[in-house]
Design a protein around this ligand. Structure first.
Ligand code: ADP
Ligand SMILES: O=P(O)(O)O[C@H]1O[C@H](CO)[C@@H](O[C@H]2O[C@H](CO)[C@@H](O)[C@H](O)[C@H]2O)[C@H](O)[C@H]1O
Length: 465
């Protein structure tokens, strides 16, 4: 039985979390399911994971959020920012409850659990391969816009806690596990993962992935930050072209293209593949058409371009060339790439957030990822102009296009050198995927960053013409 203090503490806590997708929506907590204690009996803080079922007032959807909690016997001032509530807990008495991921005394339980390969009936730490670190390493939560919560132990191990949980395998873990077993130097090495078991809505017990442990790239900068530094340099040098500015990014884009092709090759080597014929390509075109129809309804500014965009899908539906498909990244953009001293690394294989969970791991053409990265170069080039009036806007817009074209081209060349064919040779598929991504982005920006909607709309105008 939930007590009123516990429910209201969790409700208020969720409402102020960056990773809570229901922010701004009216919601209620329908239930809380606790997994077994991760901490030893009698140890303080006591630590366990709450799975909180949230129902929204404006829809029929339900989400299950993972909230690891730490229980203290006294108020902890240093954890005020992570305070969830104060209530009476059977067996423990009066407890002061916090978000365990911000509580260094509590996160040790996780690293210790991984090192031991600890198992309870409903929580299991799986380890892959050796891991030689001090179990007492202190943790620090990474900041940044995230849908999950990641923290780093010392400078060695990253723990990513999936906030919205689902039954079944998490594609991020599935892909990293395959890479950890077979070896792939272009992604973070996975050390293990945490799996849980809990009842679904009908009471049936189901298993799902809760967290992933991997190598932390301590020397890395993410690709988005690097790309926009280059764009800023270009804007500052009003008289120079993209290839003449010191911060030219094309060599990095070329290398990133090559790394992407290597990761695609490894995904195809270690995970299932297939070949799509005309029927599957028509089905793909229909899915893209349906997404466009929904997008036009959600964002009427798309309507004038819809017929032009549909031509890309018509061409796709008419394609008869057999198309190889495989596991792909699914939500590829510069923010999912990290430049380390050893080269580019690719992160976050969880797939596109808008896709239903069951479809995230679907086989698809690697051209989808290429198209998504091409969109990202466009974003990087234009984001400084988004939502602002510039006196020399035309000049800057021209230069932004030049930067985007240069880097898109370098990426495709780098990709082609490893894959054996430049993805631009597959023009029909590339255009259809790029169109689909731009349509997705228009809806994404309308919902999350209306100031940025001009970026994908510019692409929509180009792709529709
Ligand atoms: N292996 C890693 N090493 C260093 N930093 C990382 C690593 N993986 C992710 N990050 C950082 O954490 C951020 C969020 O990671 P990501 O896997 O994309 O989480 P989310 O699913 O919450 O978006 C990234 O933008 C990056 O800055
Ligand atoms: O990183 P996520 O998996 O949460 O992906 C979502 O958010 C991205 C925004 O951060 C969004 O990407 C879009 O904006 C990026 C710049 O911020 C740009 O580089 C991408 O090309 C653009 O699509 C992504 O689409 C969304 O799924």
């Amino acid at each position: 039985m939930m007590n009123a203090r516990e429910t209201s503490g969790l409700h208020e806590f969720l409402g102020r979390q960056r990773w809570f997708a229901g922010k701004g929506r009216d919601f209620q907590i329908e239930g809380v399911h606790y997994l077994s204690w991760l901490s030893e009996p009698g140890a303080w803080p006591a630590v366990r994971i709450a799975l909180v079922t949230v129902r929204y007032a404006d829809g029929r959807d339900v989400d299950v959020y993972q909230v690891p909690l730490s229980y203290h016997q006294e108020q902890v001032d240093a954890l005020a920012h992570a305070f969830v509530g104060e209530w009476d807990e059977p067996d423990l008495g009066r407890v002061f409850v916090h978000d365990a991921l911000h509580d260094k005394a509590a996160t040790r339980t996780y690293l210790g659990g991984l090192l031991k390969g600890a198992t309870e009936p409903d929580v299991t730490f799986h380890r892959i391969g050796p891991l030689d670190v001090d179990a007492e390493l202190p943790s620090l939560v990474l900041t940044g816009e995230q849908s999950n919560t990641s923290l780093v132990f010392g400078e060695d191990v990253l723990m990513k806690v999936f906030r919205r949980v689902h039954h079944g395998r998490n594609p991020d873990i599935e892909v990293h596990e395959a890479f950890a077993r077979h070896g792939c130097g272009n992604v973070a090495r996975m050390y293990g993962w945490l799996e849980g078991e809990w009842p679904d809505a009908s009471g049936q017990r189901r298993r799902g992935d809760l967290a992933m442990f991997s190598d932390f790239f301590r020397t890395a900068t993410d690709g988005w930050a690097l790309a926009i530094t280059s764009v800023r340099d270009l804007y500052a040098e009003a008289d120079l072209h993209a290839d003449e500015v010191g911060g030219d990014f094309a060599a990095e884009s070329h290398r990133l293209g090559a790394t992407t092709a290597e990761v695609h090759a490894d995904l195809a080597r270690y995970l299932p593949t297939d070949v799509w014929g005309p029927a599957e390509l028509q089905e793909l075109a229909n899915t893209m058409r349906a997404r466009l129809d929904d997008a036009v309804e959600a964002v009427p500014a798309l309507a004038p371009y819809a017929d032009g965009l549909r031509r890309a899908y018509d061409a796709l539906a008419a394609t008869t060339t057999p198309t190889p498909v495989q596991r792909i990244h699914g939500d590829f953009h510069l923010g999912q790439t990290m430049r380390t001293v050893g080269g580019w690394r690719i992160i976050d294989f969880e797939g596109e957030p808008a896709r239903p969970w069951a479809e995230r791991g679907r086989l698809d053409s690697p051209i989808r990822d290429v198209a998504a990265m091409l969109r990202s170069f466009d974003y990087a080039a234009q984001h400084l102009l988004a939502g602002h009036d510039h006196p020399d806007e035309h000049q800057l817009a021209y230069r932004a296009t030049e930067w985007a074209e240069r880097n898109r081209s370098a990426f495709c060349e780098g990709y082609g050198e490893v894959a054996g064919a430049d993805p631009r040779e597959n023009a029909v598929l590339l255009r259809a995927y790029e169109t689909d991504k731009a349509v997705y982005e228009v809806v994404y920006e309308a919902r999350t960053r209306p100031d940025w909607i001009g970026i994908p709309l510019t692409a929509v105008r180009r792709l529709a013409s």
